[in-house]
Design a protein around this ligand. Structure first.
Ligand code: NAI
Ligand code: MG
Length: 335
């Protein structure tokens, strides 16, 4: 049976990096069918909606989407499309791998291989309770952490570790100060950890974890944490290995999963063929793993590493002068 995936080409550099990614997927001969759907400003211009019902239906039907970055217009009362997608499909785990690659001009060109698993639906980013008093003198935000939300994301992290042969999961928290929310998360995550005696479990306070990540990132394997800490830590990890052009993200739910690059629409370089397609390509790799096509995913990642090693057609962010499609062709020739 052929698997159909929803493909959202997105805004800014989105269409360029998506064309490049589909070119490489075609070369891999994965045999996926693509159902194209619009979201973001492109959709707003065509249909008057940022997230048309047809796009939501397509994701519901196919359960897997590959998505380029989207522009949420500032002002006009639009809520973030990405947050809306996470909420709509209850995409509770945000999975962001960061590993060293050669020739990236980054701080660590070897030794880093860490996956941040971030709770994606609650915590400090809960929809309710973001309030400022009428006179503007006081702001209150409510963070909600639930047993259910903590348990499912912790379980996802330990299952991920087990299924990918990883050895250690670090539970990142601030339970010494945020006794209620971070305390509950830590308690529940430790309970889940006890069910996985084959995986080493460790917990670490978030500020110490940040310092350790910068000084000795090789000690980490899988990190699991609440929404706000995960947002920040995953960007820190991206910074260790060469930045936004190389970091993908998966948004995983029970009924749907959306794979993307961590970066945005890069309006400063859009339409110029300068964007690095690797982050979305690596997101496509996570998607192949999710679809049970691990062998294809490995070939894809191997081709990216080989192309970086050869310094073949690298884009400007990696110190080269190649184009988005040129880089993709170089990768495609190595799959
Ligand atoms: P950005 O990630 O788009 O750009 C930050 C910097 O990184 C820019 O200098 C850009 O040129 C560079 N960059 C990003 N991706 C690159 C790539 N693949 N290759 C080479 N260079 C790259 O972040 P910014 O400027 O804060 O946001 C721009 C827009 O993107 C905003 O409208 C924002 O809402 C949206 N956005 C969308 C996201 C999504 O759909 N997942 C995520 C983050 C931002
Ligand atoms: Mg972020």
């Amino acid at each position: 049976m052929t698997q159909t995936i929803t493909v959202i080409r997105g805004d800014g550099i989105g269409p360029e990096i998506m064309d490049a990614t589909l070119h490489v997927l075609d070369a891999l001969q994965v045999g996926l069918d693509y159902e194209f759907a619009d979201a973001g400003v492109v959709a707003l211009e065509k249909t008057g909606e940022l997230l048309p019902a047809a796009t939501l239906d397509s994701i519901s039907r196919n359960r897997v989407a590959l998505k380029s970055p989207l522009t949420t217009p500032v002002g006009g009362g639009f809520s973030s499309i990405n947050v809306e997608l996470r909420r709509r499909f209850d995409l509770y785990a945000n999975v962001r791998p960061a590993r060293s690659y050669p020739n990236t001009k980054s701080r660590f060109e070897s030794g880093v291989d860490v996956i941040t698993v971030r709770e994606n639906t609650e915590g400090a980013y809960s929809a309710e309770g973001q309030e400022v008093s009428e006179d503007g003198s006081k702001a209150v935000s409510i963070a909600t952490v639930t047993r259910k939300g903590s348990e499912r994301v912790a379980r996802y992290a330990f299952e991920l570790a087990r299924s990918t042969g990883r050895k250690k999961v670090t539970i990142v928290h601030k339970a010494n100060i945020l006794k209620s929310t971070s305390g509950l998360f830590l308690k529940v995550a430790r309970e889940v950890a006890a069910e996985y005696p084959d995986i080493e479990a460790q917990d670490m306070i978030v500020d110490n974890c940040c310092m350790q990540l910068v000084m000795r990132p090789e000690q980490f394997d899988v990190l699991v944490t609440t929404n706000l800490f995960g947002d920040i830590i995953s960007d820190l990890c991206a910074g260790l290995i060469g930045g936004l052009g190389l970091t993908p993200g998966a948004n995983i739910g029970k009924d749907a999963a959306i794979f993307e690059a961590v970066h945005g629409t890069a309006p400063d370089i859009a339409g110029q063929g300068k964007a690095n397609p690797c982050a979305l390509l690596l997101g496509a790799g996570q998607m192949l793993d999710h679809l049970g096509l691990a062998e294809h995913a490995e070939r894809l990642r191997g081709a990216i590493v080989a192309t970086l090693e050869a310094r073949d057609s690298l884009t400007g962010d990696l110190g080269g002068s190649g184009t988005t499609m040129g880089f993709a062709r170089a990768i495609a020739s190595r799959v």
